[in-house]
Design a protein. Sequence first.
Length: 257
Amino acid sequence: MNRRYRKTIIAGNWKMNKTISETKAYAEAVKPMLGKPKWCEAVILVPPVNLQAAVRAFKDVKISVGTENCHYEVSGAYTGECSADMVKEAGAKYVVLGHSERRAYYNETDVDVNKKMHAALRSGLRPILCVGESLEERELGVTMEKISYQLKSALSGITAEQIRRVVVAYEPIWAIGTGKTATPAQAAEVCGAIRTLVRKTYGARVARSMSILYGGSMNANNAAELLANEDIDGGLIGGASLDPETFVAIVNASNQD
Ligand code: PGA
């Protein structure tokens, strides 16, 4: 973290978990435990059907709300999809784009992710853009090439004004949901490389103020060590965010003076 220049963000990615009543119960559980947000913005990312309930439930708790995907078209014959305007109007501040599960299970391409980035930014959302390599790619030594390709294609055509609303999350695929966390050094190396790539296109000021998160089996035990790195500005947390106590422990850890 580097609090002088950028915001720390701890975002819980709930994926396909929790109903509306479970969302309300979670907010009630979190309320008495969460310290005053000082350095860190806490975010919960929910399925679109839970957005309105989540916004209401987390309002007094000072947790921002977002969702986990949106379509790139404004409207049309896309059965089962939600547009960026829809999720924005339902209360989302953030939207996760390019998550490796979307890429793997729903065949989302880099071109799709780029189109979604444009749609989200047009609607006034803050995209959390996910990039990350597979284990095979890491072992082949092409991690940086993969990250650079994903980042460059996702950001294609994104203006200097829009980039200020973009958050990037480095999520090595081999660390997601596996209990295998990247070492702080591995995570910091890639997050630093992402900042360098952003600097090359958008300049030092933009790169310095961009929040770059790490995601992949982050939990209450490893968060502090990961966040101690200058280039890791927060976390995108899946499994561990489902438990209110664990999520609050991570938020409070990143909120310390
Ligand atoms: P995990 O998921 O924390 O369960 O590994 C992270 C993510 O997919 O965003």
